[in-house]
Design a protein around this ligand. Structure first.
Ligand SMILES: Nc1ncnc2c1ncn2[C@@H]1O[C@H](COP(=O)(O)OP(=O)(O)OP(=O)(O)O)[C@@H](O)[C@H]1O
Ligand code: SF4
Ligand SMILES: [Mg+2]
Length: 320
C-alpha cells in the first residue's frame, strides 16, 4: 500500500468584509493508492474548499500538499496543467457544471480537445469508449444535457473526469442532487471504476450513510476543522466525538437492538469568521464545559489509528 496523497496542516482563509473566514483550518491527511477517503460534515464546513485546494484549483493559505511523492503546494501554471491530467473532480450538480449547448459527445471529448489528445476521429472513438465505461448508451451521443435525466447527466460528469486517465478524483457530493433510487447506481459505478482503473478518491458528502460502504477511512469536519478520523467501519461501530455521534443519530438504524446514544444536533453552526480559541462544537455540545469554551481541543490519536479533537473524549466514551 503506497501513499498517493498527503496533506499537512492545510489552511485556506478567505478575506471577507467581517474578517478572515477560516474555511479550511489545519487539515492533515493521507490517502493510499486505491483507497477512498470520505470527507463528511454539514454545509459550509469546508469540504469543497478542501477538495479544491488539494486539486490546485485554489491556492492554500498555509500548509503543504504532496501528490505521487512530489510537493505540489506551489507549482507553476504549466505544472498545474500536467496535474490536471492526474487529478480530476466530479461535481455535485452535473447540470450546472455542463455546458447546455454542447452535445454529450462534445462534452465528453472536450477534455481531450483541451489537451490536444488524438485527432478528431480518435477523440470520437475515445468518447464512445468512455460512454461504454460509464454505462451511457451510445445513442445519447448527440443528445443535450437537458434531454437526459439526472443519473445520465452525472454519468457524463464521470466520463469527463475519466477522459484524461487520472489516478485521483475528488467526488464532490456526486450523488446529492440525484433521486435516492439513482444514487446507488452512480455509487456502484464509481466503485466499479475504482476497481477497474485503480483510482483513488476523496468522496465529499454531508450524508454519512452515502460514504459508509465506499470509504476506506472517514474524516469528519466541523467548521473548517478536523474533529474525527478513522477507518470507516470503526467510525460507524465506535464514534467517539459528540458531533459524529450526532451525525450518526440522524441516520435511521434498522436493527432495534442496535440502540445508540443520541446526540441531537440543535442550534446554529459557529461562524468560521475569525473563530475564537474554543471548541467550535461547544455551542451545540451536550458535554461542553469551561475548558471547551476557552481552548481549542487538540486533535490526537485516542485509540489505535482513531483520531479525535475533543477535551472530554475519554470521559464521554468511558475510555480508561
Ligand atoms: N470564494 C469564497 N470567498 C469567501 N468565502 C468562501 C468562498 N468559498 C467558500 N467560502 C466559505 O467557506 C466556507 C466553506 O465553504 P465550502 O463550500 O467549502 O463548504 P462545503 O462544506 O463544501 O459546503 P456545502 O455542503 O454547502 O457544499 C463557507 O463558510 C463558505 O461560505
Ligand atoms: S471539546 Fe467539549 S464542546 Fe467540544 S466536542 Fe468535546 S466535550 Fe463537546
Ligand atoms: Mg461543497
Amino acid at each position: 500500500m503506497s501513499e498517493l496523497l498527503r496533506v499537512e496542516h492545510l489552511r485556506k482563509y478567505f478575506k471577507t468584509p467581517s474578517g478572515l473566514l477560516h474555511a479550511v483550518d489545519d487539515i492533515s491527511l493521507s490517502i493510499n493508492k486505491g483507497d477512498t477517503l470520505g470527507v463528511v460534515g454539514e454545509s459550509g464546513c469546508g469540504k469543497s474548499t478542501l477538495g479544491r485546494v488539494i486539486l490546485k484549483l485554489l491556492e492554500p493559505t498555509d500548509g503543504r500538499i504532496f501528490f505521487e511523492g512530489r510537493d505540489i503546494t506551489r507549482v507553476t501554471d504549466k505544472e498545474k496543467v500536467g496535474l490536471r491530467r492526474r487529478m480530476q473532480i466530479i461535481f455535485q450538480d452535473p447540470y450546472a457544471s455542463l455546458n447546455p449547448r454542447m452535445s454529450v459527445m462534445d462534452l465528453i471529448a472536450d477534455p481531450l480537445r483541451t489537451f490536444r489528445l488524438y485527432n478528431r476521429a480518435g477523440r470520437r472513438e475515445k468518447a464512445f469508449a468512455l460512454m461504454d465505461m460509464v454505462g451511457l448508451s451510445r445513442r445519447f451521443a448527440s443528445s443535450y444535457p437537458h434531454e437526459l435525466d439526472g443519473g445520465r447527466r452525472q454519468r457524463i460528469g464521470v466520463a469527463r473526469a475519466l477522459a484524461l486517465d487520472p489516478t485521483f478524483i475528488v467526488c464532490d457530493e456526486p450523488v446529492s442532487s440525484l433521486d435516492v433510487s439513482i444514487q446507488a447506481q452512480i455509487l456502484n459505478l464509481l466503485q466499479d471504476l475504482q476497481e477497474q482503473q485503480g483510482l483513488t478518491y476523496i468522496f465529499v458528502t454531508h450524508d454519512l450513510s452515502v460514504v459508509k460502504h465506499i470509504s476506506t477511512d472517514i474524516l469528519v469536519m466541523y467548521v473548517g476543522a478536523m474533529v474525527e478520523k478513522c477507518e470507516a467501519k470503526e467510525l460507524f461501530a465506535r464514534p467517539l466525538h459528540p458531533y459524529t455521534k450526532g451525525l450518526l443519530s440522524a441516520i435511521p438504524v434498522p436493527s432495534i437492538d442496535h440502540v445508540r446514544e443520541k446526540v441531537v444536533l440543535r442550534g446554529e453552526l459557529t461562524s468560521p469568521v475569525e473563530p475564537k480559541p474554543e471548541c467550535r462544537f461547544a455551542a451545540r455540545c451536550p458535554y461542553a464545559t469551561d475548558i471547551c469554551r476557552r481552548e481549542f481541543p487538540v486533535y490526537a490519536e485516542v485509540l489505535g489509528n482513531h483520531f479525535v479533537a475533543c477535551h472530554h473524549v475519554r470521559e464521554i466514551n468511558a475510555l480508561e
